[in-house]
Design a protein around this ligand. Structure first.
Ligand SMILES: [Zn+2]
Length: 636
C-alpha cells in the first residue's frame, strides 16, 4: 500500500513538470518560432541500472557518497615467503580470511593468479622478455576442504565453496605456491621482475581473492598485462625470508629488527593494516637511506630509499623530493594515510603499490607518488576505468610548483593534441583503455579534463572537491558515477554536460573569435564554437594604446591597466546557438582579443583564437599561478 501511494505521488509531480514545460513551449510559439538549434547540448550522463540498484539498496547515495549500507569484502592475508637467489624462486604459503559483509550468500569465490601472465601459454598482451612457469600452486584448501589445484594459465578462476558463505560469516583459504621471479635486465615495464640474481622487485605475487562488489558482483577480469588492478582492502602480515646480508623493503611497517641474528638467513616481518595490495623488493646491492615527510595531522613518517649505489649517487635529492610530494599532496587533498613510504629500485622504474613505488628517482616520480591517493587510498577499479587513477595522478603534479620529469605536455600542446582530427582520443575516457593510444585516453585526456574543470569552477574549488571525494571514498570503491555526482555536488554546479562530453564522447570545443567591432567604450565581440562540447566564454581583452584604464562591467578579472579577462557562463550555449555576440564595456576601445587565454578548452585550430588574426595571443598561467605573457599560438 505504501508503495502505491508513493507511486501516485510521484506521478502527480511528473504531470506538473510536463504541464510546466508545455506552457513554456506554447508561450514561445506565440511570439514566433524559436531559432533553429545549430547544436544540441547534452546535459545529462548515461546511467547504468547497477547504480540505480545501489541507490535503492542504500549502498551508494545519489549525491556520490557511500550509502548507509555500503559494504565491501574484507580480505586479510598472512603470508610466509622465502626467496632463493640461486634459483630466483619465491616459495610461499598463505592463510586468507575472507569476510562477507555483502548480505548475499556466496556459493563460490574468485581468485587471481597474476604470475601466470609470465607463462608461455598465457593470453598476454605484455611483451615478456623471459617466460617462467607462472604461479605453481601446490596446495589449496577452502574451509579445511582440499580443492584440486589449478594448473592452467588462467589468471582469474572461480572455485565453488564447499559450503556457501553466509552473510557476515568468513571463509578460510589456505594456499601453497611457488614461482620464478621473471628476469628483466632491459627494464621492460613488467610491473615487477629481477636484475639477474641480485635485485628483486616482487609484486602480483600471491594468489588473491578477486573483488566482489555491489555493482557487478565478482570481478572476473583476467590480468593481460595491460590493464591494472581492482583489489580488496584488508590487513597483510607478511614474513619474507632472505639471505642474512640482504635488505628488504615492502608495503607496511617493519616489525622485526633487520639482520639481528647470526644465522645465514633472516626473516623480515611486515604488517599493513588497511591496504589493497602488498609488494616488496630485496637485494644484496641496495643501500638503505631514510628520509622523513611531515604529514599534516600525523607528524613525521619515515621515507625509506632502497637504491643501488649508482642511483644513490646520481639522485642525492630523491628522499627530499619524495617527501615534498607526500607533504604537498597531503596538504591539498587528504593526509597520506600509510605509516611509511618506500622507494625501491629494480627493473621496473615506474610502478605504484600501497606505501611503495618501484623507481630509481628517474621518470615521473611526482606521478607515481600521486598514485598513493589514486588508487591506493581511493580504490577505484583500475581494470575498467583508468581515468580515475591515471588521470588524477597525471593532473596532481600541477599542485607542485615544480617537479622533475613529469613528462606531461604543457597546456598549449595538451589543448591541441586532443580532438578527433588527430590520431588521439579515439575512445571516450570512460571506456576501458583498450585503446591504440591509451596514453591519451587514460592520462592526458583526463588531465586536460581537470584543467578545463578548473577553468569552469576554479582550481582551488576543484581540488578541494577532489580532496573531499578522496576523504569520502578513502579505502572504498567509488564508481565513475559516484565521482561525477560527488564533485558536482561539492562545487554546487550541474556538471552533467561536462561529464557527458569528457567521459562519454570524444567531443571538443574549438572556440574562435568571429569578429570585433570596436567602439570608444569597448566593442561588440562575436564568438563561435564549432565543436560539440560547450565551454564558458573566457576572453582576454586589451585596450588600444593610450586607452584605459581597463575595467569590468560584468564577471571577470582585471589583469593590468590595459587588460581584462571577461567571462560568461557556459549556460549561454545551452539554447543551441553556435555564435554569440556581446556588447562589452571595458572603458576603452578594444585593440586585441584572445579566446581562452589560459588554454583550458580543447581546441584544434589556435589561429582563429585571436583578433585581429595574426596578432599575438595573451597566455595567462592560472595554475600553478603565474603572470600573463604574449605567447606564440603555434598555428599556421
Ligand atoms: Zn600511473
Amino acid at each position: 500500500m505504501t508503495v502505491l501511494r508513493e507511486r501516485s505521488g510521484s506521478w502527480s509531480i511528473a504531470s506538473c513538470a510536463v504541464a510546466a514545460s508545455c506552457l513554456i513551449v506554447c508561450k514561445s510559439a506565440q511570439v514566433g518560432n524559436p531559432p533553429p538549434q545549430e547544436r544540441r547540448i547534452q546535459r545529462t550522463v548515461a546511467f547504468p541500472d547497477a547504480l540505480a540498484n545501489a541507490y535503492a539498496a542504500g549502498t551508494r547515495n545519489p549525491d556520490g557518497s557511500p550509502g548507509p549500507d555500503y559494504w565491501q569484502l574484507q580480505v586479510n592475508y598472512v603470508i610466509h615467503a622465502t626467496l632463493d637467489p640461486a634459483t630466483s624462486v619465491v616459495t610461499a604459503s598463505e592463510s586468507i580470511v575472507l569476510h562477507n559483509p555483502s548480505g548475499h550468500i556466496l556459493d563460490a569465490v574468485r581468485m587471481r593468479f597474476d604470475q601466470n601472465l609470465f607463462r608461455q601459454d598465457a593470453a598476454s598482451r605484455m611483451d615478456i622478455p623471459n617466460h617462467t612457469g607462472g604461479m605453481v600452486v601446490t596446495a589449496l584448501s577452502i574451509d579445511g576442504v582440499e580443492i584440486p589445484v589449478p594448473t592452467g594459465p588462467e589468471t582469474n578462476r572461480r572455485f565453488p565453496l564447499p559450503e556457501p558463505l553466509a552473510p557476515a560469516d568468513s571463509s578460510l583459504i589456505d594456499v601453497e605456491w611457488y614461482f620464478e621471479v621473471p628476469r628483466d635486465d632491459r627494464s621492460s615495464s613488467l610491473r615487477m621482475g629481477r636484475w639477474a640474481d641480485s635485485v628483486y622487485q616482487v609484486a602480483q605475487w600471491y594468489p588473491r581473492v578477486a573483488v566482489y562488489d555491489d555493482l557487478m558482483g565478482w570481478d572476473s577480469a583476467a590480468y593481460d598485462g595491460v590493464w591494472e588492478f581492482y583489489n580488496n582492502f584488508g590487513r597483510f602480515e607478511v614474513f619474507v625470508d632472505v639471505p642474512v646480508e640482504w635488505l628488504v623493503g615492502a608495503t607496511g611497517v617493519l616489525l622485526s629488527d633487520p639482520r639481528t641474528d647470526a644465522s645465514e638467513r633472516h626473516v623480515w616481518h611486515f604488517v599493513a593494516d588497511t591496504v589493497s595490495d602488498f609488494a616488496w623488493a630485496a637485494s644484496d646491492r641496495y643501500e638503505w637511506q631514510v628520509a622523513s615527510a611531515d604529514i599534516p595531522g600525523r607528524g613525521e613518517i619515515p621515507v625509506h630509499l632502497l637504491q643501488t649505489a649508482a642511483s644513490t649517487a646520481s639522485y642525492p635529492s630523491l628522499g627530499e623530493e619524495v617527501s615534498r610530494y607526500l607533504e604537498v599532496y597531503s596538504q591539498r587533498l587528504i593526509p597520506y594515510p600509510f605509516p611509511s613510504f618506500t622507494v625501491v629500485e629494480g627493473p621496473e622504474l615506474g610502478m605504484e603499490y600501497p606505501g611503495l613505488i618501484m623507481s630509481n628517482g628517474d621518470g615521473p616520480l611526482a606521478h607515481e607518488v600521486a598514485h598513493q591517493w589514486f588508487p591506493m587510498t581511493v580504490g577505484s577499479d583500475e581494470t575498467r576505468v583508468t581515468f580515475m587513477d591515471e588521470g588524477f595522478a597525471t593532473a596532481m603534479p600541477s599542485l607542485l610548483s615544480s617537479s622533475r620529469g613529469d613528462g606531461e605536455p604543457g597546456p598549449a600542446r595538451l589543448q591541441r593534441q586532443y580532438g578527433p582530427p588527430t590520431r588521439f582520443a579515439s575512445f571516450p575516457a570512460l571506456l576501458p583503455a583498450d585503446d591504440p593510444d591509451s596514453q591519451m585516453t587514460s592520462y592526458w585526456k583526463p588531465q586536460h579534463m581537470l584543467r578545463m574543470l578548473g577553468g569552469v569552477v576554479g582550481d582551488s574549488v576543484m581540488w578541494s572537491a577532489i580532496g573531499d571525494y578522496a576523504g569520502a571514498w578513502k579505502f572504498k570503491h567509488p564508481s565513475p558515477w559516484d565521482l561525477m555526482a560527488f564533485v558536482g555536488n561539492a562545487v554546487e554546479r550541474d556538471l552533467g554536460w561536462f561529464w557527458h562530453y569528457w567521459l562519454f564522447t570524444h567531443a571538443w570545443v574549438e572556440g574562435s573569435i568571429v569578429g570585433v567591432e570596436p567602439n570608444p567604450q569597448g566593442g561588440i565581440v562575436t564568438v563561435r564554437q564549432d565543436g560539440d562540447m560547450p565551454s564558458p566564454i573566457v576572453l582576454a581583452i586589451q585596450c588600444a594604446p593610450g586607452g584605459g584604464p581597463a575595467r569590468l562591467s560584468g564577471p571577470g578579472h582585471v589583469l593590468d591597466e590595459s587588460t581584462v579577462v571577461v567571462t560568461r557562463p557556459v549556460d549561454l550555449w545551452f539554447p543551441g546557438a553556435r555564435e554569440l555576440t556581446f556588447a562589452l564595456d571595458i572603458g576603452c576601445q578594444i585593440a586585441r582579443v584572445t579566446w581562452d587565454p589560459a588554454r583550458r578548452f580543447p581546441d584544434q585550430d589556435a589561429c582563429d583564437n585571436v583578433w585581429p588574426r595574426g596578432s599575438k595571443p595573451v597566455f595567462v598561467r592560472e595554475w600553478p599561478p603565474g603572470a600573463w605573457v604574449d605567447a606564440e599560438l603555434g598555428c599556421g
